[in-house]
Design a protein around this ligand. Sequence first.
Ligand code: SAM
Length: 214
Amino acid sequence: MRLRNKPWAKDFMAQHPDVLILDEERPKVDWQQEFGNEHPIHIEVGTGKGQFIIGMALANPEINYIGIELFDNVIVSALEKVIEMDKPKNLRLLRANGANLTELFQEGQVDRVYLNFSDPWPKTRHAKRRLTHESFLQRYETVLRKNGEIHFKTDNRKLFEYSLTSMSAYKMKLQFVSLDLHADMPEDNIMTEYEEKFSAKGMPIYRLEAQFCE
Ligand code: SAM
């Protein structure tokens, strides 16, 4: 993701606290109170410019969605889109590091984790930064309810192979694996920005669903 400096980002973000939450300002959000209901919570770690999480929130009003993104300069683009869509009530953006998930959610509070086109970090010495590294799987397992799931899409074959191995070593149950998601496009597939970009170039999209087991 190219990071363009946006000097107006901080002020713009501060103007929309009803949609965008900054981790340092509200480290312990009561998510049920925030949404005003007890609907299931699905999160996307590395939400980027928000196309996927906004599409999901509009398609599934009975689920609460939280798009988590590390960078101000990226999440403001998601915020602009959320405003354009009249701020769906079941959607929040959270500017935070996915490495801090266990400080942002209570144990078992999340029903599903989405990872879409996560940064591949190809160098072995950076493996710990991959969002499917064992240390991240531990965090997801902590915040997810019993038998919670991860749904993961990527264009990056090496990251996909790594993730299959990492999840298998973690004794997760693989429930669905596709090596070419778009060959038989599921009707309910919501495309991310990166998915549109890579599939337009004819690249296959890999997808898996995996469940934590007791
Ligand atoms: N999911 C979007 C898509 O599919 O179009 C964006 C994909 S982009 C390659 C990956 C995004 O993940 C970037 O915006 C990056 O800033 C964010 N990211 C990477 N590591 C993160 C972390 N530890 N916590 C939160 N966001 C992260």
